[in-house]
Structures are given as C-alpha cells and as structure tokens.
Ligand binder design. Structure first.
Ligand code: TRP
Length: 430
C-alpha cells in the first residue's frame, strides 16, 4: 500500500483552547498514528504575520502552540513537525506559484472578499486597511501544501476554498512546467463536533468565550463555573438539548458517562454539581498533558531544538524539490545548459561504436538511441576498413543492401529498423 501524505498548518496567532483541542488537535494526533500515513504538521508563523504585528505575541503563540501539540501527544519522531519560517523554500515556492496564479482567482478568495465587502458597506475604499499579505494568503498556503506534495489536508470547512485554489495553482504549474505537484484534497472531519464556548456560541477567540486548554487548574475551574446555564434550581429537571455544559462534557466523556449525566440532568442535578463533574472529567484528561506543557513552556530550548530537527527533516524534502522546480522554471546554472544539451543529443541518436576483438580484427556495431544493439560487423583487417564501411552506411541508403555479407543483424532486429536508425543519423548530420 502506498503512503498517503497528510499535512496541516496551525496559524500561530493565539492560545489553544478546548475547542481547538477537540476539533483539531485531538483528531489530528489520533490520525497521525494510522499506518501508511506520513504526516506533516507545521506552525504557520508566516501566516500569523498577516493579522498580527506584535512580535512578542507571535513568539508567545508559537511557543504555546508547539508546546500544546507535543504535550497532547504528537510524536515528532513519527511525524514531521516544523515551523514554516524555518523552511525558506516555502516563500520561494510562493513566488513561483504567484506567477502562475490569476489575480482574479485571488480576488474571489472568501477572506479577502469579506474585507472588501466590509469596506464597501462602510463607504470606504474597497482595499482600505487590506494588506497584500491577506490577498496573497491562499498562495502561501498552497506553497505549504504543494512543497510536500500532500495528498490530504485536514482543515475546517472555512478552508476548503483554499485547498481548491491550491489545486488550481498546482494544475497551472504542472501544465506549464511538467508534472511536478500532486493535486491535494481537503479532508473534512464530519464526526468532530464544534464545541460551544462559555456563552453557548461556538468556542472561538473572536467571540472571547474560550477556555484555554492549559489554563492552570484553578482558572479552569473558575471558567467552567462561568459557563452559561439556565436558572433552574437544584432538584428541577434540566435540558441536555442546548446545554453548552452538556455538550462540552460529551466531547470528553465515554458514552456511558454521558448517558449517566443525561440521567442526572433529568433527575435534577444542581448546576454546581454538574459543573464539578465537567471540571473533574476535563481535568482527568488534561492534567497529565498539562504537566508536560508546563515543563516545555519553562524549557523553550527543548522545543526550539525539536523544531529545528523537524525543519531539517522538512528541508531534506524541500531543498532538493526546490532545486528541481528552479530548474523546471528556468532558474538554472548557466554552465549546465551546454552540457545538458550535449548529453541529450548523445543519448537521443543512434551511434556506431568501433572496437577490437581478441582475434586482432576490427569490428563495429550500431546501437539505437536507447543503447540497444542493432547490428554487428564481421572483422576487418584495419580500423580504417571498418571506418570506411561505417561512413558508407551513413552516407548512402544503398550501402546497407550491398554490405549485407559483412553485417549481422542483432536478434529481433530487421533491416527496416537499421535503415530507420541510419536515416535518423543522416538527418542529424545534415
Ligand atoms: N489557513 C489555515 C488556518 O487558518 C492554516 C494553514 C496555513 C494551513 N497553511 C496551511 C492549513 C496549509 C492547512 C495546510 O486554519
């Protein structure tokens, strides 16, 4: 079975929260354990620069996200885990792709269009406050994916268009420069639920309703205490439907535990007790990881070393592939041109080869462009005699018939094959 390459990037623009963990991190780590899968996970820090101009925040987020993935169980020996900005081949590929991408394609990207629409509605210039990084975002993302010829890209629904654009760019490039890239596909995890946040809406940084994955224990407890509930008193039956608390519990619990909580809701468990149960359940899963997380946060040198090793692994692929792409587009060593041409001419033509056998006589043979033997001669007294015969065969189409007695066709070769090879040689010479 051939290996499937799976790749995904995480923008280093925030602090991982429970929603990220349940929706992306946990399933991705589980998937990385599958057989016949080669996984690439990277910290998309170039992407982060599009939205964030606070250097300390970029660095902090990179550290937190790297620590999170390792703490959550990603095995850097099994996968390639790296930081985008440690692979300078990626921005180089971004440029190659930029030059085969229609500007119109980028005009239609959702993220860019949303900014334009917002400006238009506000009566502003449509590109007001839009940086070109946002416009180019899909090209950088395509470079991330195509550099490693990923087959599958696990992403959220909002990213599907970007994967389609990466396919478009790969096709355009392949069309111009030969088959270089695999056409990637989005892999959407249908079964993974989106987690509600503290206020019941989807947990998201933009709603400011998140629970940080590695909040210290007491803070986790406090945040869980602040999950919005209705005002039903202890003893009153509670609805599981629409309960953020229940849904978050479900994302962490085993089915029998969920069934138990459902019964307890019906039996009128107090919100305080339900929150305690949720806290205990989450903390049981998170606590062992939190210890690793805190260790890594306190020892950033360990993460830095890990990421540099990952980058070396990534570049073992990216560097030679980029060299190939540079050649394909025509960014070449100028000395190569002449020698490459000479070499291809040599192999592209049939040729005569002269040699001497143990009997002291002089022979020649004719091989085709691929080096396959077409005919051998009988022995000649001198190299000059052999040379004259070669010249006759090359110069004149009748010579083959009259020289038959001195030639022997190789097995499976007929006179027509030889005549065709000689004709090719004649044409190349003229
Ligand atoms: N754009 C992705 C996001 O915001 C992050 C990302 C960058 C990515 N490059 C990628 C995801 C390549 C998958 C593949 O979620």
């Amino acid at each position: 079975m051939s290996t499937v390459r799976v790749l995904t990037g995480i923008t280093t623009s925030g602090t991982p929260h429970l929603g990220n963990y349940v929706g992306a991190i946990r399933p991705a780590i589980a998937a990385s354990l599958a057989k016949h899968v080669e996984s690439f996970y990277f910290l998309a820090d170039y992407h982060a620069l599009i939205k964030i101009d606070d250097p300390a925040r970029i660095q902090r987020s990179t550290l937190e996200i790297a620590a999170t993935w390792i703490a959550a169980g990603l095995d850097p020996k099994r996968v390639t885990f790296y930081r985008q900005s440690d692979v300078p081949e990626i921005p180089e590929l971004t440029w190659f792709l930029t030059c085969v991408t229609g500007k119109g394609l980028l005009n239609r990207a959702h993220a860019y269009k949303a900014s334009v629409d917002k400006n238009t509605q506000a009566g502003l210039d449509e590109d007001a406050d839009v940086n070109a990084g946002l416009f180019m975002y899909p090209v950088l993302m395509a470079a991330d994916i195509l550099m490693f010829n990923a087959h599958k890209v696990p992403v959220g629904r909002d990213q599907i268009q970007h994967i389609e654009m990466a396919r478009d760019m790969a096709s355009s490039f392949n069309h111009r420069y030969g088959e270089q890239f695999v056409l990637p596909e989005a892999a959407i995890e249908e079964t993974v639920a989106t987690l509600p946040g503290l206020d019941g809406r989807k947990m998201s940084k933009s709603y400011d309703n998140t629970i940080p994955l590695f909040a210290p224990r007491d803070q986790l407890k406090k945040l869980i205490g602040s999950i919005k509930t209705d005002s039903r008193a202890p003893g009153e039956p509670k609805d599981t439907e629409g309960s953020a608390l229940f849904q978050i519990y479900q994302a962490f619990a085993q089915p029998h535990e969920t069934a138990q909580l459902r019964e307890d809701f019906a039996a009128g468990i107090s919100w305080a007790d339900a929150k305690q149960r949720l806290f205990d359940r989450i903390d049981a899963e998170i606590a062992p990881m939190r210890a690793t997380y805190e260790h890594l946060m306190a020892n950033p040198a360990e993460l830095e070393a890990l990421l540099l090793q990952g980058a070396a692994k990534a570049r073992a692929i990216a560097t030679p592939f980029t060299a190939k792409l540079r050649h394909a587009v025509g960014l070449r060593d100028l000395r190569q041109q002449a020698s490459v041409k000479a070499a291809t001419e040599k192999v592209a033509l049939p040729s005569f080869k002269q040699y001497r056998e143990a009997d002291g006589k002089f022979y020649f043979k004719l091989v085709d462009a691929q080096g396959k033997l077409l005919l051998t001669s009988t022995g000649f007294a001198s190299p000059k005699d052999a040379g004259q015969m070669i010249k006759a065969l090359q110069d004149n189409a009748q010579a083959l018939a009259s020289a038959q007695a001195q030639l022997q066709l190789a097995e499976g070769v007929n006179a027509g094959d030889v005549q065709a090879a000689l004709q090719t040689l004649r044409e190349a010479k003229s």
